[in-house]
Design a protein. Sequence first.
Length: 100
Amino acid sequence: MKKFPAEEFEGEKLREKLKDLVEMIPTKGDNIKVNEDKCGGCRLCFKHCPGGCFEIIDGKAKYTYPELCFECGACVILCPTGAIDWNYPEGGTGVVLRYS
Ligand code: SF4
Ligand code: SF4
């Protein structure tokens, strides 16, 4: 069976694929934050975020690319240590998809 190149759909390579499909209406605050004291560096948010919004730096997750957040909630659901504080952005702000 052919091996699926998962690394093509993570981090910077994923962001490159998405950049022309997504526009972010700037939010007024940080609706997603990582509590570094709670982060165990498991990489689940980095591997499964469909927008490639996280990087792992010095063993901790950083929410570094909020402009590609689809507001799916996967990061907060998957995080095993409760390190991610997650809220929807204010109405009228956040992600706009350009699929058509
Ligand atoms: S809500 Fe979804 S798209 Fe946004 S940072 Fe979390 S996993 Fe990524
Ligand atoms: S899923 Fe949670 S514990 Fe794992 S790297 Fe992300 S923020 Fe840290």
